[in-house]
Structures are given as structure tokens and as C-alpha cells.
Design a protein around this ligand. Sequence first.
Ligand code: CA
Length: 231
Amino acid sequence: MEKKASVLIIEDDRYISNFICMSLKQEGYRYLKAATGEEALRLCYEENPDVIILDLGLPDVDGIEVIEHIRSHCERPIIVVSARQEESEKIKALDMGADDYVVKPFYMGELLARIRVAMRKSEKAVQMEMTQTFQRDYLKIDFMNRAVYVEEKKIHLTPIEYKLLALLVANRGKVLTHNQILSRIWGSTESGDANSLRVFMATLRRKIEKDTTNPRFIVTEVGVGYRFAER
Ligand code: CA
């Protein structure tokens, strides 16, 4: 039998923690619970969970610090589940190395979907797909030949537009902050800025989206960054 994936839930609110654990159990995951940052780090070292769910408001340390500690020794996906909805908090968490951010109150179905995205990413399945083709509705990307098709018609993308699209597709379902995108495309956040990114994104959207005011593929996370639609 396949080994069950394990999820570490770092949450001091027992009601929320139990609610998440029950749902995970139903979905066939193993789970571990921590109510403080200290306990969380210990469990992280000892148990090496497959996915980490993290509340930011913990009694002993701030969740942002927990992300920093975890990232110093472990690459496992971290999904922040927090009541903090300020853009600056999301950006801080994502820039620090969190993989995703879910605002409370949340739908369990959405959290489970984000967990699946995180697992898929960490299983490197996406990298395997990257050597082949990606198809979503009327958009097709042939990674081998760096060719992009809209309704079977080949379209022309500049090298930067192609890199942007490939980066978003490789991370689909997950928010990428402006800084993350800038450093991955331009190598640093200095040479590109959020404004030029917005311009490149607008021209890319005009080329691949049928309705740019209601994008099908590249979703704006206002003030935070962009996400390629998971489905
Ligand atoms: Ca809390």
C-alpha cells in the first residue's frame, strides 16, 4: 500500500486545528499537530512531514519566524493559513519561503486543493511535464520547442513573455509574488520593477487570454502577485 502523506498542522486554535485534522483524516492523510512554534520546529525535524500548514499568530513566536527556521533546513511546502489579510503580510510570508497563503475563514475544500497542489509540486511531477506539452482549454505550450498555441494557432511571444508564462505554468495554482517573479525572470529585483512586470503581463495576457478583463489563465492576486489558474 502507498505510504500516506503526512501533514503538520501548526495552529494554536484547537477548534480550527481539530477541524483541519478531521478533514485530513477523511482524505487519508496522516497528521501531526503543534500549538506553538517551538513544538512545530521539533516535529518538523523529527518527523519530516510532507506538507506544513501554518498559522501566523502563535503564542510563542510569530509564524513568519517559523517559516524562516523551517526554510533553513527543509524544502517541504508550507501553506500559511492566517486571519491576517493584509497584502504586506502575504508578501512577507511568501517571500520568506511559504508556498501558498489561505486567508481565514477558509473553505476546507480549498485548503485540501492547495495541499494537493503543494504535494504535486514537491513530487516534482511538474518538472517532468515541463519537458513535454501543457494544454489548458485553448492554450497549448510545447516546452520542447518553446512554442505557444492559442486555438491551435502558433503565437509569437518575446523571450521574456515566454519565460513569464513558463514560470507561472510551472507553479500553477500557487501565488508568485512580484519579487519572486522579478528575481526569477531578471535575476534580481533591481533590474526589473513591478511596473515593467505589469506591462509585460498585460501584453502576455493580450496574446493568450480571450477576455483580458476576466482572465482565464493568469489571475492577479491584487497587491501580491500572480497565479496561473489551477484548473
Ligand atoms: Ca492563532
